[in-house]
Design a protein around this ligand. Structure first.
Ligand code: MTE
Ligand code: HPA
Ligand code: MOS
Length: 763
């Protein structure tokens, strides 16, 4: 018997990591024990946002005692290329610099302090070129990545001719700093025959492996990337962990010494990309019953200086252009516009929130111009089963209306409305604003090819179990969910199971942990692996109990025959199987069935299913200061049949607050030279405990869930962020309660206290 299996020690009803997190025991890249001879890295980044690189002077830096070696583009043995989708991004600048802080030279030194000091001694001769930071300007000058994408449904042109009301406008949303608690970093250790082991803080271990192999010009099998967990990623480490991985790998490969690079906060803020800002034009047409008949939009995405994931993000903006509404006639085009900012990248929602902000702006403008509440238009247009999305997928098990109706009833919207109206009638200096935000988010990577995963399970001869998958734990609780899957199939105590690190040598060719699909994809692959072993174990049990395998079940560590407990326990069963030379390991594979998408027609069935929900926001604006607070956010969310309510609730609260931050207070500011001005927590404000809504009430909608989801429990990672858009409109509505003549000149998020103040006193 294993002595330390004390059942109940591991409680999977909450995140299995939480105890280690709060007691400081969890391990991140910077916590790994360091090997003797480790070199520490620092980057010399471009002092300008755009220019021809004529020369780099390393002489002063090289003379600094403790500097081991300095590397530039010409030292790269393979391809100087880290672009994930389009090969347009060098690891180290060669002839041109495209953004401020773009890495030019890499210092390896005995200590981090020396490396950083040396980097400051490097200079470069750069002939400046014009700097573009605005996506519309980039578009006007023809700086586009990839091809523009156009989604079309029906005939919007014809439909506008029949509309009773038409409105046009502009809506811009800003960037967002990921601010994962653990900054970017990696640690490379040289092994024999030119192999490397890399610990990386990445959502995409395979992306890091592939990028390093390309940069070094060696096969992928020589690179082992290992990820224990991340202190948050939020999309910022889906693609952008690769650069730092490639840097430590380059140094370890060329020096045969371990190399480590963990970014300092301000460097991380300055050097890495953020959520893509968007500037968009819209035109919306309604009939006399406020049905949206036609919608046109043009999205100008600010990609920054390289494509990175922006082409895929652009696509998801189009997928979510209609939010949770049915619109029969749609014409929307999206451009990825190349500017001289650090390449922007994935961020929770992956372009979806940016698209949904535009339709919500259009509805808000329409309603306010018509003198009705936006709620009337929102309610009149919610998607139902059988409605077609602009990309051809037919809505099935749509919960848009059920979430909306349930939120109105459960939270008594009528009463909330009266309270807000009463409050506003009786208060001068404080005004309240109410807004509803329905959401709809498609689950699956929009790139069909990526929707697959693998798992590797070992049952050891003592009955303990090791589980490897392609899932990366980054706070979202996927390890707990994987543990639940294995515990369910083997019917053993969770403490018997260890969720191993995510490792490219154990599980290969993984998709990144992203698109909220990690638990679905890896969990189903894991289920496949577990059932294979289970089937073998049932044969062993059947022969030892003299019955047939189909009569065997496992419950609570005990073998049951025809639902009656036998004397055969888990550990004995495993020992027998082992002695009978039964294979106690299995690998599982899963690829999402039914999904497909044709980019030439822009039609298909890209999503396994959709997630829905409705949030009610009440905010209070201080009409003297321009500050605001959120009194309450009340949500009815479609979790399907939640497999872990505590984790799912945590994801909902966290996503919501992150969305509120993006829409209200987080302001990424670059000056006209392309330099980031909001590069510290003193100048970049994220929600703190005081900014969190005073009340967050989340109701789990009762549904049967989706068979496409793991245990019918729907993906939860990104969708709640979308609720944040409601925060913006609730604040706008509160400002209008004070100054009814004011309407935003155009919709411009975030709605910071400065903008609120301008609105309050605009004439
Ligand atoms: N939650 C925490 N705590 N930390 C994170 O980095 N990332 C979000 C979301 N929730 C994130 C998080 C993003 S962007 C995604 S895509 C999903 O988690 C990814 O994990 P999942 O696929 O397991 O939901
Ligand atoms: N979501 C998140 N990450 C991605 C996607 C997606 O749809 N496609 C490619 N990377
Ligand atoms: Mo999440 S933006 O798909 O990493």
């Amino acid at each position: 018997m294993i002595k330390n299996i004390t059942k109940g020690k591991v409680d999977t009803s909450r995140n299995i990591d939480s105890h280690n997190h709060v007691t400081g025991r969890s391990i991140y890249v910077d916590d790994l024990p360091e090997l003797q001879g480790t070199l520490y890295l620092a980057v010399f980044g471009s002092p300008v946002a755009h220019g021809h690189l004529r020369s780099v002077d390393l002489s002063a830096a090289e003379k600094l005692p403790g500097v081991f070696r300095i590397f530039t583009a010409k030292d790269i043995p393979g391809a100087n290329q880290i672009g994930g989708i389009i090969p347009d991004e060098p690891l180290l600048a060669d002839k041109e610099v495209h953004f401020h802080e773009m890495p030019i030279a890499l210092v390896a030194a005995e200590s981090e302090a020396i490396a950083m000091e040396a980097a400051k001694l490097i200079t470069a001769e750069i002939d400046p070129l014009p700097v573009i930071i605005d996506p519309r300007e980039a578009f006007a000058k023809g700086h586009i990545s990839g091809s523009p994408r156009t989604f079309q449904l029906g005939d919007s042109n014809k439909a506008f001719a029949e509309c009773a009301h038409i409105f046009e406008g502009k809506a811009d949303s800003g960037g967002q700093e990921h601010l994962y608690i653990e900054t970017q970093g990696a640690y490379a250790i040289p092994m024999e025959n030119g192999s490397l082991r890399i610990a990386s803080s990445t959502q995409g271990p395979t992306a890091v492996q592939r990028t390093i192999a390309g940069v070094l010009g060696i096969p992928m099998h020589k690179i082992e990337v290992d990820v224990t967990r991340l202190g948050g990623g939020f999309g910022g480490k889906e693609d952008q962990a690769s650069a730092w991985g490639a840097m430590v790998a380059l140094v370890a490969h060329l020096t045969n010494k371990p190399a480590k690079f963990v970014l300092h906060r301000m460097d991380d803020m300055r050097m890495t990309g953020k959520r893509n800002p968007y500037s968009s034009d819209y035109k919306i047409g309604l009939d006399k019953d406020y049905k949206i008949i036609a919608y046109e939009a043009t999205f100008y995405q600010n990609s920054g200086a390289a494509a990175d994931l922006s082409p895929a993000i652009l696509e998801r903006t189009l997928f979510h252009l209609n939010n949770s509404y049915y619109i029969p006639n749609v014409l929307a085009t999206a451009y990825s516009c190349r500017t001289n900012l650090p390449p922007n990248t994935a961020f929770r929602g992956f372009g979806g929130p940016q698209g949904m902000f535009v339709i919500e702006s259009a509805i808000h403008q329409a309603a306010n111009t018509l003198g009705i509440d936006p709620i009337v238009i929102q309610e009149a247009n919610l998607l139902k089963d059988g409605d077609v999305f602009p990309y051809g997928q037919i809505a099935k098990e749509a919960e848009a209306i059920s979430c909306w109706e349930e939120s109105k009833e459960r939270f008594d919207l009528k009463k909330i409305r009266e309270e807000v109206a009463n409050f506003n009638a009786n208060n001068e200096a404080l005004k309240k604003g109410l807004a509803l935000m329905p959401i709809c988010f498609g689950i699956s990577f929009t790139n069909t090819m990526m929707n697959n995963a693998r798992a590797l399970v070992h049952v050891y001869s003592d009955g303990s179990i090791g589980v490897s998958t392609g899932a990366v734990e980054m706070g979202q609780g996927v390890n707990t969910k994987m543990l639940q899957v294995a515990a369910h199939y083997f019917a053993v105590a969770p403490e018997r199971i260890k969720i191993e690190s995510t490792n490219t040598t154990r599980v290969a060719n993984t998709s990144p942990t992203a698109a909220s699909s990690t638990a679905d994809l890896n969990g189903k692959a894991l289920a496949h692996a577990c059932t294979q072993i289970l089937d073998r174990l049932k044969e062993v049990a059947a022969s030892s109990l003299d019955t047939s395998a189909d009569k065997i079940t496992l419950k609570n560590e005990t073998v049951y025959v025809d639902d009656i407990a036998s004397d055969l326990q888990w550990e004995q069963l495993i020992l027998s199987a082992f002695q009978q030379r039964v294979n106690l390991s299995a690998k599982g594979h899963y690829s999402t069935p039914t999904i497909h998408f044709d980019k030439t027609t822009e039609k298909g069935h890209p999503f396994a299913y959709h997630v829905y929900g409705t949030a009610i926001f009440v905010s209070t604006v201080d009409c003297i200061r321009g500050t605001y607070t959120f009194d309450a956010v009340k949500i009815v969310h479609d979790f399907g049949a939640s497999m872990n309510r505590m984790i799912d609730l945590g994801q909902t609260e966290g996503g919501l607050v992150q969305g509120i931050g993006w829409m209200t207070m987080e302001e990424v500011i670059y000056d006209e030279t392309g330099r980031l001005r909001s590069d510290a927590l003193s100048t970049y404000k994220i929600p703190d405990i005081y900014a969190v809504p005073k009340e967050i009430d989340v109701h789990f909608l009762k549904t049967d869930g989706s068979d496409m989801a793991l245990f019918k429990s729907k993906a939860v990672g990104e969708p709640p962020l979308l609720y944040g858009v409601g925060a913006y409109f609730s604040v706008i509505n509160a400002v209008r309660a004070f100054n009814p003549n004011w309407m935003p000149e155009f919709y411009d998020a975030p709605i910071t206290p400065e903008k609120v103040l301008m609105g309050l006193y605009a004439i």
